[in-house]
Design a protein around this ligand. Structure first.
Ligand SMILES: [Zn+2]
Length: 99
């Protein structure tokens, strides 16, 4: 079962830690650029994925910093969500369509 989607040189997956959909460019003509092993079932993406945003009235920073390796995702200690410091399986993409 696929854990990531790949089209137009972009790897996409729903992150079990922060709940966002991470979109990662693999086209070397465009920066930033990640390396993807091409395996939808057991993806490895390098270097690390470091996503953040400022959120809410007090502009609190939310951060998701992770390594996706062989179908698992390791969250580093500087994440602001509850899976920080843990390694979990990337969820499988189920069902058909986006509805
Ligand atoms: Zn995330």
């Amino acid at each position: 079962m696929a854990r990531v989607e790949f089209s137009d040189d972009i790897v996409t997956f729903k992150c079990p830690g922060c709940g966002w959909t991470h979109r990662l460019n693999t086209d070397p003509e465009i920066r930033p650029c990640w390396s993807f092993n091409g395996n939808l079932d057991n993806p490895t993406i390098t270097p690390s994925i470091n996503a953040w945003r400022e959120y809410g009235g007090n502009r609190e920073t939310q951060r998701c910093h992770s390594f996706a390796t062989n179908g698992r995702i390791q969250f580093l200690g500087d994440c602001t969500h509850s899976l920080k410091g843990q390694t979990v399986d990337l969820p499988e993409i189920t069902g058909g369509g986006d509805e």
